[in-house]
Design a protein around this ligand. Sequence first.
Ligand code: CP3
Length: 339
Amino acid sequence: MPGPLLDTLKGSTQNVAPVWLMRQAGRYLPEYRELRAEKGGFLELVYDSEAAAEVTVQPIRRFGFDGAILFSDILIVPHAMGQGLEFLAGEGPKLSPTLLETELDSFVHAYERFDPVYETVRLTRAQIADTVTMLGFAGSPWTVATYMIAGEGSKDQGPARLLAYRDPSRMQAICDAIAEVSIEYLRGQIDAGAEAVQLFDSWAGSLAPDEFERWVVAPNAKIVAAIKQSHPDVPVIGFPKGAGAKLPVYARETGVDAVGLDETLDPAWANSVLPDGMPVQGNLDPLLVEAGGDALPKRVETILEAFKGRPHVFNLGHGIGQFTPIEHVEQLLRAVRGE
Ligand code: CP3
C-alpha cells in the first residue's frame, strides 16, 4: 500500500519528509512501561503477538508516525537458532552458551519462535492506516555475531573482532549461518505484511577497512540480493552505524535501496558523497531530542535543508533514549512538519 514513507524509500521526494524514529516503541512511553510491567518482561512482550502489536501501534496512535516498526529485537534470530536468550532488568541481553564456549552446530534450532513475530506483523498491519508503512527488520550478521560470540554487549566488540582475525573461516561460517536464517526471517515478515525492511548494523563502526568489506559489506549484500530475488519491490534500508567515511562504499556495494545515517555524519557531506537520488534516512542526535530547547528545531532545519531535493525519511541517528520527554518528541515533529 502506498504512503509517504514507502514512496520515499522507492525514490520519490515529498514536500514534508515522512518520519519515524528508531526505538519509537519503548520505555520513554508510559503506555509501553505499563504493558511491559503487566507482561512481566521484554521477551514475554515480544512473543505475545497481541501485546507486541499493541506496543507497535502505541507510538503511531500518539504521534502519527509514517511508519510502524515491528516490535521485536535483533536477538530473536540467535534465539531461534537455538542460543539461550534472556533480558535481565538493567543489564541488557545475555546469550548462552556463547560461541566462545561452544560451536554453532551444537545449537538445536527453534525456528517456530519466528511464528509469533509474523503474527505481530499481521495484527499490526490490520490495525494501522493504509498510508502508514509497516517496517520489518533484522540485525546484520556482524552485529548479531558480536552478541552471539560475547554473549552480551561488549566493549568495542573485541571478542568478535579477535575471533574474526584468529579464525576467519569460523567467523565466515557464523556470519553465513546468521545471514541464511535472517533471509528466511525477513521473507516471513514481508509475507506477513512488512512493506520495507531495515538491516541494523549497529556495530559496523568498529571494523578496520578490509574487515568492514568482509563482515559488513559482503553479508549485507548477500541478504539484499536474496530479498531482491524473492521480493524485488520491497525496499531494503541499510543502517551501518558508525560507518563514517566507509558510507559511500556501503551504499554502492551492498545494493540497499536506502541508507540510514547515524548522528555523527554531516548531512551535507553525506548528501555530497551518496549516489544521486538514493533515499536517505536520519540523522538527528537522539540526545538532542532528550535535551530539547532551541537547538532541536534548528538542527532539524539543517538536516532537512541538507537533503532537500533527495528522497529523505526523517529519523534519529540511533534509537530514542528511555529518558526522552514526550514533549520533546512533539517539538521534533512540529519542526519536521513545519507546524
Ligand atoms: O525500533 C523499534 O521501536 C523496534 C524494536 C527494536 C528493539 N530493539 C526493541 C527493544 C529494534 C529494532 C531493536 C534493535 C536492536 N536490539 C539493536 C539494533 C539497534 C540499536 O539500537 O543499536 C540492538 C543492538 C539490540 C539488542 C538489544 N536489545 C540491547 C543491547 C538491549 C538492551 C539495551 C536497552 O536499550 O535496554 C535490547 C532491549 C530492547 N530492545 C528494548 C527495546 C524496546 C528495551 C527492553 C525493555 O527493557 O523494555
